[in-house]
Design a protein. Structure first.
Length: 187
């Protein structure tokens, strides 16, 4: 048994982080052949909603490292782009945790779709911006490369907005089934 003042993560937190990281990577596998349509971002966001901000960010790091280093489509060979991807993945988990109370409160009333659509849209814009900026900085000409990524970014933005919005249909149901296993929601 660990002491409450221990600086180490309790085993249950490590297990939850690992399970959600594996879920994020596994749920995304069927979509790897479709450019910029994915469930990875949603899984990271929901890890923050269900586990809290710190553990959601930890899931983003773990799942991001797995995604960058062991992606079936190939290893990310550009370190700056890989770091930008991990920063984006951490942002999804962290923001899910920061919005936890609002998402869960609205999910209970069946009124979370607008919040989730806006969250998915803004986080996807952030992710695409930082990864495209990293790529443009390295491979330029800067504006040509950045503008060239807009088409893929638009697909990613639209699909994530729809996917996040559709998740509102199940978040409340999932939470009711697992809330007794998860850390308490603040407030």
């Amino acid at each position: 048994m660990t002491h409450p003042d221990s600086r180490h993560l309790p085993l249950s937190r490590i297990v939850r982080i690992g399970i959600f990281a594996a879920l994020a990577f596994g749920i995304n596998a069927p979509f790897l052949v479709i450019p910029n349509i994915e469930l990875f971002s949603l899984a990271l966001f929901l890890s923050g909603v269900f586990l809290g901000a710190a553990d959601g960010a930890a899931v983003g790091i773990v799942a991001g490292l797995i995604f960058v280093l062991f992606n079936p489509n190939g290893l990310q060979t550009i370190p700056l782009v890989g770091l930008a991807q991990i920063l984006g993945f951490v942002s999804f988990g962290l923001c899910g945790g920061l919005l936890r109370r609002a998402v869960l409160r609205r999910a209970e009333s069946g009124n979370s779709s607008a919040l989730l659509i806006i969250s998915g849209a803004l986080l996807t814009l952030w992710y695409d911006l930082i990864t495209n900026l990293a790529f443009a900085l390295l491979f330029g000409p800067f504006w040509v490369v950045l503008i060239g990524g807009i088409g893929f970014g638009l697909i990613h933005f639209i699909s994530n907005s729809i996917i996040f919005g559709m998740s509102s249909l199940v978040i409340g149901k999932i939470w009711r089934r697992i809330e007794h296993l998860m850390p308490p929601s603040v407030g």
